[in-house]
Design a protein around this ligand. Structure first.
Ligand code: HEM
Length: 526
């Protein structure tokens, strides 16, 4: 005690002679040191054997947020090597348990409704953007019904009409866009693919009347809505910040545009069987007709859900083709061989005749799935089968299907982008293809919007699994395959320096996409 007094006394005396700013600085530093020490001691001394291992971190609250945010796949990979498939890290103060591999995907994505919950996590981001009473702003049973309404409109018949629409949008875009004037040039491909995606999706899914408004005010309004999807809004979604004010104004304006369109269509007695028509004429199981504001909000949700994922995927396809001009030539040749030398206008049926063109989308989604992290709130303690772990309700679960999609165990030379690997006899063919019975045996389940495969045995799930599985998969495939086929007809691509390098990934937004500028050298075919 005497020694402590001897040391502390003069220290405190010295401290009191300092200016206020210095005192605050020193006190803050001391507080931080204590917080760091306590945080480290807690991790070292109080390990809970019934919870997955914790990724070591110096600072409380910040935890591993920065290392995860900079490169999530690298973070998963490194920690999987250290801790195995199931581990916990601190993300913005929240204990977040990652469980990778097919078992982890199954555990999280096929979790029971009483155990896992998506809306608790996503509603803060999506409700201000989509609007009230749809998707994550309603009970899950209602979302399942809404997904059924949306899916009913995505039929083969509808896809047949979409292919010419998408083809026309791409060819007319390539003709009128200044960046593609002349015989050759260099273009930052990402903004171009974002525009092509919104024009093709809005025209196919929402009709010409809405599409035409994208040349004017709708593009800007959707851009403002988009800003609501930035990761910072997981915390600041409520704040009266400029981008949130613009988001709220855009939501009201876009919803009104759709509601006015609904009323005009109803007055005209229009019967065009598009998505809006189906939604306008759908009823919930309890007999309630879908109200106009919900139709409008679902229209926003549909376009937003597809926009980021499809636009990022199409940008990656173009970036990859520029790094492999041989594949681009093989795609061109495939069209000539299977559709005829004169390359007639594309039809829906033609897409099935172009296996390499289909594989381009599949292989690109294997390495560049736009959604790298899928999160769920834990609603009741969840024992992890085959382990002693129980995930408590104060954890968030995180599935990362991209990890198994780039695992050597399932995909030989996993980092190599090789579309031809999706042919059965290719030396790099994934084990899931060699093992076709897996697909056939796959358990199917209906959550209320049609049978979907549980995907429990599959290491390849770019469209998710379970009750929240994507309903846009077929549309995205039709859209991406048609865009790719049209671009292959028009251009030869290569990297500006002629190398096979591929640009890195931008993880700053919620959807991973190529870093910009992603410059590509293009040359028009004769
Ligand atoms: C859900 C991926 C395109 C509409 C999902 C999920 C994934 C995904 C991984 C599951 C999210 C979760 O479990 O939390 C993709 C990819 C796409 C794509 C990779 C394109 C390459 C589309 C398109 C549409 C769409 C074009 C609309 C036409 C939806 C909807 C959900 C969904 C409505 C359901 C959300 C839920 O039930 O919680 N998508 N998607 N997606 N997607 Fe897609």
């Amino acid at each position: 005690m005497g020694v402590l007094q001897d040391v502390a006394g003069p220290l405190l005396e010295g401290f009191s002679t300092l200016g206020l700013a210095s005192q605050i600085g020193i006190a803050t530093a001391a507080f931080l040191v204590v917080a760091v020490v306590l945080n480290v001691l807690k991790q070292v001394l109080f390990k809970n054997p019934n919870e997955p291992p914790m990724v070591f971190h110096w600072f409380p609250i910040i935890g591993s947020t920065i290392t995860y945010g900079m490169d999530p796949p690298k973070f998963f990979d490194e920690n999987r090597k250290k801790h195995g498939d199931c581990f916990t890290f601190i993300l913005l103060g929240k204990k977040t348990t990652v469980y990778v591999g097919p078992k982890g995907n199954d555990f999280i994505l096929n979790g029971k409704i009483r155990d896992v919950n998506a809306e608790d996590i996503y509603t803060v981001l999506t409700t201000p953007v989509f609007g009230k009473d749809v998707v994550y702003d309603c009970p899950n049973a209602k979302l399942m019904e809404q997904k059924r309404f949306m899916k009913v409109a995505l039929t083969t018949e509808a896809f047949r009409s979409y292919v010419p629409i998408i083809s026309d949008e791409v060819t007319s875009y390539l003709k009128r866009t200044p960046d593609f004037k002349g015989q050759s040039g260099v273009v930052n491909i990402c903004p171009k693919m974002a525009q092509i995606t919104i024009f093709t999706a809005s025209h196919a899914l929402q009709g010409k009347e809405i599409r035409d408004q994208f040349d004017e005010k709708l593009a800007d309004l959707y851009h403002d809505l988009d800003m609501g999807f930035s990761p910072i809004n997981f915390m600041l979604h409520w704040a009266p910040l400029p981008w949130n004010n613009r988001r709220d104004h855009a939501q009201r304006t876009v919803a009104k545009i759709y509601m006015d369109t609904i009323q005009r269509r109803r007055a005209r007695g229009e019967t065009a069987q598009d998505i809006m028509y189906h939604l306008m004429n759908s009823s919930y199981k309890n007999g309630t007709k879908v109200p106009d504001h919900e139709v409008a909000h679902m229209m926003i949700a549909l376009l937003m859900a597809g926009q980021h994922s499809s636009s990022s995927t199409s940008s990656w396809i173009m970036v990859r083709l520029a790094s492999r001009p041989d594949v681009m030539e093989a795609l061109y040749q495939e069209q000539i061989d299977n559709l005829g030398k004169d390359l007639p206008p594309l039809k829906y049926e033609d897409l099935a005749k172009l296996p390499l063109n289909q594989a381009i989308v599949k292989e690109t989604l294997r390495l560049h799935a736009p959604i790298h992290s899928i999160m769920r709130a834990v609603k009741s303690p969840m024992p992890v089968p085959g382990t002693k772990y129980v995930i408590p309700t104060d954890h968030v679960l995180l599935a990362a299907p991209g990890v198994s999609a780039s695992d050597e165990q399932y995909f030989p030379q996993p980092d190599k982008w090789e579309p031809a690997r999706w042919q059965k006899d290719h030396p790099l063919a994934p084990t899931i293809i060699r093992n076709e019975e897996i697909e056939e045996e796959e358990e199917k389940i209906d959550y209320g919007y049609g049978l979907v495969s549980k995907g429990s045995a599959s290491p390849y799930l770019p469209f998710g699994a379970g009750r929240h599985r994507c309903i846009g998969e077929q549309f995205a495939n039709v859209q991406l395959q048609t865009i790719t086929a049209e671009i292959v007809r028009a251009f030869k691509f290569r990297n500006v320096d002629g190398s096979d390098k591929v640009i890195g990934t931008d993880y700053a937004s919620l959807f991973s996409r190529p870093l910009e500028p992603a410059n590509i050298y293009w040359e028009r075919r004769n």
